[in-house]
Design a protein around this ligand. Structure first.
Ligand SMILES: Nc1ncnc2c1ncn2[C@@H]1O[C@H](COP(=O)(O)OP(=O)(O)O)[C@@H](O)[C@H]1O
Ligand SMILES: [Mg+2]
Length: 282
């Protein structure tokens, strides 16, 4: 069928001006699955023919390169150096996903000071013309760096587990970012759930509190079950959607990735070319 012809998809996508719609992945607590979600979602979107750049912005505790088994050529701090060619800072991962690796340690020897996170967040604009989607993986909670990256986002991807503490913390994070002036779209993913009902209850609670106290709509972007294949993938340093594409976590990550479509360029009408391209994937 013509609609599923990948060559046609790629042709159509090539004709859409790129502006790197920026999704920033945040959480309240650490260890809720942000990095795994960010990189596996990136791979799923890349598999659909989108040009995707994953940015590891967990300053000091960067680990996307480890999970992808990549040798970084450069890192986020190099983006501040206007003399560097951006393409040369990126390493290639599965399915053509490109990765701007993170910085481990506060400063980069011989390079710019990564603590200048506001400049770093602004420098992410250099990636926009190169891709359809930028996925930024942040540290847990709301550090000044997380705020800088989140406020530059088109959309926040809240990541939480169903535990009340994780939910309370992700709400607190959202509240701070909202009070700091975030005005983009907000979606949430509930990770490591035992049942679908547990995911629905968690998302409903988050939606209700955000609506009541912030007047904000939190979109339901789905859930990912607790699945031992994720841990096996981490150990093997091969992302779960690559190593176990048919496990339940991978199937759910694929569903979540559909919520990140269409990555609609601003100024393109929803019923315009981009929407038609996006429909090819649905
Ligand atoms: N859906 C899942 N099922 C089982 N284990 C998971 C799942 N998601 C994440 N994990 C486990 O949680 C650990 C932390 O995940 P990570 O993505 O590094 O979290 P964060 O970036 O939020 O700190 C992973 O190493 C993995 O072992
Ligand atoms: Mg992480």
């Amino acid at each position: 069928m013509a609609q599923s012809d990948p060559t046609r998809m790629r042709c159509e996508l090539a004709s859409v001006p790129k502006r790197g719609y920026m999704d920033v992945v945040v959480s309240g607590k650490g260890g809720v699955g942000k990095t795994n979600l960010a990189l596996n979602l990136g791979i799923q979107l890349a598999r659909r023919g989108l040009a995707v750049i994953l940015v590891d912005a967990d300053l000091g505790l960067a680990n996307a390169d480890i999970l992808l088994n990549l040798a970084p050529l450069a890192d986020l701090s190099d983006l501040l150096d206007e003399t560097r060619v951006v393409e040369q800072l990126l390493v290639s991962g599965p399915a053509g996903l490109r990765v701007l690796c993170g910085v481990t340690g506060a400063t980069h020897p011989g390079g710019a000071d990564i603590r200048d996170h506001r400049r770093c967040a602004a420098a992410l604009a250099r990636l926009r013309p190169l891709c359809d989607v930028i996925i930024v993986d942040c540290a847990a909670g709301v550090t000044p760096a997380v705020s800088s990256f989140a406020l530059a986002a088109d959309r926040l991807l809240l990541t939480t587990t169903p535990e009340p503490t994780a939910l309370a913390d992700v709400y607190a994070t959202l509240k701070v970012l909202f009070n700091q002036g975030f005005t983009g779209e907000v979606g949430a993913v509930v990770n490591m759930v035992s049942t679908r009902g547990e995911a629905s209850a968690a998302i409903r609670r988050l939606q209700r509190v955000a609506a009541q106290f912030l007047g904000l709509t939190v979109l339901d972007f789905g859930y990912v079950p607790r699945d031992r294949h994720v841990l096996a993938a981490v150990r093997a340093r091969v992302p779960v959607v690559v190593s176990f594409p048919r496990c339940s976590a991978s199937a759910c990550i694929e569903k979540v990735s559909r919520h990140l479509l269409p990555a609609r360029p601003q100024g393109v009408r929803p019923n315009g070319l981009w929407a038609r391209v996006a429909n090819l994937f649905l």
